[in-house]
Every structure is written in C-alpha cells, then in structure tokens.
Write a protein that binds this ligand. Sequence first.
Ligand SMILES: Cc1cc2nc3c(=O)[nH]c(=O)nc-3n(C[C@H](O)[C@H](O)[C@H](O)COP(=O)(O)OP(=O)(O)OC[C@H]3O[C@@H](n4cnc5c(N)ncnc54)[C@H](O)[C@@H]3O)c2cc1C
Length: 244
Amino acid sequence: MTTAKRDGDTWILNGEKRWIGNAPWCDVSIIWARDVADNQVKGFIVENKTTPGFSVDKIENKVALKVVQNGHITLKDVRVPEENRLQGGNSFRDTARVLKMTRYAVAWMSTGCAMGAYEAALKYSQERLQFGKPIASFQLIQDLLARMIENITASQCLIVRQAQLHAEGKLSDAHAALSKAFCTSKCRETVAWAREILGGNGIVADYKVARFFNDCEALYTYEGTFQMQNLIVGKAITGLSAFL
Ligand SMILES: Cc1cc2nc3c(=O)[nH]c(=O)nc-3n(C[C@H](O)[C@H](O)[C@H](O)COP(=O)(O)OP(=O)(O)OC[C@H]3O[C@@H](n4cnc5c(N)ncnc54)[C@H](O)[C@@H]3O)c2cc1C
C-alpha cells in the first residue's frame, strides 16, 4: 500500500508499485496513494528522474508482453507539491473510472490476441500435410478451429455491445469486469488450441502462436485477475461484497 501524508503544501509518498508499464524509461508517473488523513485514494504526478527518493528497477526475464518494459517502483519519503496532485481524483471511486476503461480495453486486446492465434493456426492447418492431406481436413482439427471461432465470435459480440453501452453512458464497472473476465478466459482457451494445432511448432516463437500463447497470460492477469473480476461481477449480481 502506498501512502500519502500532507505536510503543508507538500505531500510525502511512501510505498512500492510493482509491474508498472513503461516505468523503467518514462519521465513522469501517476502514483495512486492512500491519504493517511482521510483514508481516500489520491493521484499524484511524480517526475521520475529528478525526484529524490523515487527509484525504479526494471523487471527482467518476462515471457509475456515482452514489448512492454515493466518496473518495480520504490517511493521513500518522496515529496510532491500540492499542485502535482490530481485535483479530480479524490477517492477510490475516481480511480475505478480509470480501471473500468482499462479493463474494458483488455477485453478488446484479448479478443485480438485470440483472433491472431486463430488466423495463424488456420493457415498452418491448411498448409501442414500429414498422411498426404492438410491437417485442416481432419475432424478433430476442425473441431478445435470451430471452438476457436465460437469463442472469438462470442467475445466480439460482447465487446461490441459494451461499446454501445459505453456510447450511451451506461457501461458499469461490473460490465467491464465481466467482459475482461470472459474475453481473457476465452482467449486463454483459444490460444491453447492454436498452440495444439501447431504441434511442436506451437512452442517455437517463429510461428507467432507461441507469442500469443504467452501474451494471453499477461492479459488474463493484469488490470485485475480473473478471480477479482468475478468478485466484482459477483457483488453486482448478489448485492454482497466478498472482498470489502
Ligand atoms: C505484464 C503486466 C503488466 C502490468 N502493468 C501494470 C501497470 O502498468 N500498472 C499497475 O498498477 N499494475 C500493473 N500490473 C499489475 C497487475 O495489475 C497485477 O499483477 C494483478 O492485478 C494481480 O495482482 P498480483 O500480481 O499482486 O497478484 P495477487 O493479488 O498476489 O494474486 C495472486 C493470485 O491470488 C488470487 N487472489 C488474490 N486475492 C484474492 C481474493 N481475495 N479472492 C480470490 N483470489 C484471490 C489472484 O486472483 C491470483 O490468482 C501489471 C502486471 C503484469 C503481469
């Protein structure tokens, strides 16, 4: 938990943040921290490279979403002027507005990831010959391809409907949690079937499917894990919170 304590016109931040995207090289971070005075979450703009007490360690050896560098941020008595506090972010409810849109965005990303894996697996199955025939002609391969396109179509229908709800101002936190959980879990199934269709080549990076397979693991976990999304949906449908 990162804390914020006010000292006149300055805030003092302490804590750690793990897995922060682009943190190893970016100039500025938005740090969400809990104000010890009123227990509310507030946002602060911190200059990464010039602020004493602010440090970032790059997280090495990731196997998923390798295109993004992630960092582990440590804040030790970091002093931030009041003018760097986000004036519109005064509670966890305000932060949740950001999370709603990022979670909904991950539903789109995972649908794209599943589509990429499906297209690569379909092409491979049409070109790979076994017993003198393309493996795409075998019933069990067609069964996997059909299951994959079913998952993708269901995910697309869901996120397009949620885009309509968003345009009408009706997209809720629970809607976003539902689509994040559903689309990432269906993506996970789909990329596993794609990897299966490629046989041994499914674990070689040259054939693309291994990258989709790995990237899906990050999509499934970040912006809140599958279980946490389901707890948000569970709260919405029962009226009972299992986590607070
Ligand atoms: C590639 C990547 C990029 C990321 N980028 C960012 C970023 O830019 N900014 C940022 O702030 N964060 C980022 N994250 C952090 C990410 O949001 C967290 O890793 C994620 O929310 C899971 O938290 P955790 O790793 O602490 O897992 P934990 O909370 O330790 O969870 C471990 C397991 O326990 C389960 N669990 C935990 N609590 C409960 C419970 N109450 N009930 C049931 N099950 C539970 C979880 O579902 C999970 O399966 C990123 C993570 C990754 C992997």
